[in-house]
Design a binder for this molecule. Sequence first.
Ligand SMILES: [Zn+2]
Length: 230
Amino acid sequence: MADTQSVVSDVKLFLEKLKKDLPEVFGKPEETATTDGGTAPVAITPANRVLYNGDLYEARMYVTPDQEEGVAFDGNAFHVYLQTPQADPSALVTQWLRDKASETLTAKTQEWAAKIGVEYNHVVFKDQRTLWASCSGKKNINYSYRIIKMPPVVQDYLVIHELCHLVHMNHGPEYWQLVGQFSPDYKNHRRWLNDHKDAVFEDVKLTPPQDQTQVIATSAPIQNTTTNAE
Ligand SMILES: [Zn+2]
């Protein structure tokens, strides 16, 4: 038995179909969509990838002028919200990774220092391109934010590696014995680091939506549009 609700939705469906078939009767559908608050973002570049916690995730980019720019990660993909097609999605994602590195590695350092029974001074983040981490004579632990791209167990190994230097300021047998107590698979983690260092040190490279706009623009005749070519 058809209730009022389903009749209403049938009529709606019929009208939607009519809109598509006869747009001149209802006005241009694109215009009504954009003035409607712009709640449905349009994915521009679905093919980009970001390395995070040892996995590659898709980065989906959206141009949403009426929304604050930023990055959201939902466990499956990165969603990058840009205010203009000229905005730099790589910079936004890099900042997101830096913030995540700061939060995650600071917590891991506290946690492992308590377990190992050592005290450190400060945790410092640097954009080190050739060094994952280091430990200074002043008991400061320095990390490259790029560590956040590694699997969490490898992140833990690097934290343990630096904290164990607070006990042994060398890489002697006693030092490695201590590391092995807290990171039993450290040899595998060192292998992972060696095999993936290029990917970890590489900068985030996402194709800005601007590039796609330019591709479209080059095939079109020169018009009265503003571009940033000069
Ligand atoms: Zn070391």
